[in-house]
Design a protein around this ligand. Structure first.
Ligand code: SF4
Length: 223
């Protein structure tokens, strides 16, 4: 039988309170929210975000998607133009090709729509579990999905909730022990926490609101 996470209610309360104070100082965020609000724009922005800083992703998403926000519009764009609109996201040439290929597939096989089925999303080239989960939660507004990025994988391991090696294992294990009522908040809360306090290298444990609940597993250096 899976164990429960001790003090989970306090932990979520403390994180929410602290992170409200630490909203990311990103001017592009409100513009991004206006533009990235459909399953298709969520999918494309998520592809742009892989191995790219949030600020760079936000700006590139806005440049591309403010005009080209449907598979049809993207398919009509020359690949070079997609490249220049999304530059300097990481692997921008590969991503430009991928975005165009996915748009074509959506038109040919899905009637121009992003499927609201997790397994169908995984069939799209370059879409892994993280992206599929994000599209289900933020694009289709569906419940019961747990997107796991690097922060969502690392922090529960540091806390001592789980002992996993990959984001896939983390998703599986967390689904057993994290109460469902927290699934919707988990991703954005832990991403924000990982960007501000429990950062990947040398976390700010001295200012961490949940330090007393953390086993600091594998934390060798902290501030
Ligand atoms: S105490 Fe340190 S390692 Fe643990 S959650 Fe807080 S910042 Fe992360």
């Amino acid at each position: 039988m899976a164990k429960n996470i001790e003090h989970i209610d306090e932990i979520f309360q403390l994180l929410k309170k602290e992170l409200e104070k630490l909203s990311r100082p990103v001017v592009s965020r409100s513009k991004w929210n206006e533009i990235v609000n459909t399953p298709f724009t969520t999918l494309i922005s998520c592809i742009l975000s892989l191995r790219t800083k949030d600020e760079v992703t936000d700006q590139a998403s806005i440049r591309l998607l403010k005009e080209y926000d449907t598979p049809k519009k993207i398919t009509n764009l020359p690949e070079k133009q997609i490249e220049s609109l999304i530059y300097p996201v990481g692997f921008y040439k590969t991503k430009a090709k991928r975005i165009k290929d996915i748009s074509k597939t959506l038109i040919e096989n899905y009637n121009g729509k992003v499927p609201d089925d997790f397994d169908e999303l995984l069939k799209l080239k370059g879409v892994g579990r993280k992206t599929a989960n994000i599209v289900m939660v933020y694009g289709h507004k569906k419940q019961g999905f747990l997107p796991i990025d690097t922060h969502c994988h690392k922090i529960p391991n540091r806390l001592g909730w789980i002992n996993t090696k990959t984001p896939e294992q983390t998703e599986e294990e967390l689904k057993k022990i994290l109460p469902k009522k927290y699934w919707d908040d988990f991703n954005h809360l832990f991403v924000k926490f990982g960007q501000t306090i429990c950062v990947p290298i040398s976390p700010f444990c001295s200012m961490c609101p949940i330090k007393k609940y953390c086993k600091q597993v594998s934390v060798t250096k902290s501030r």
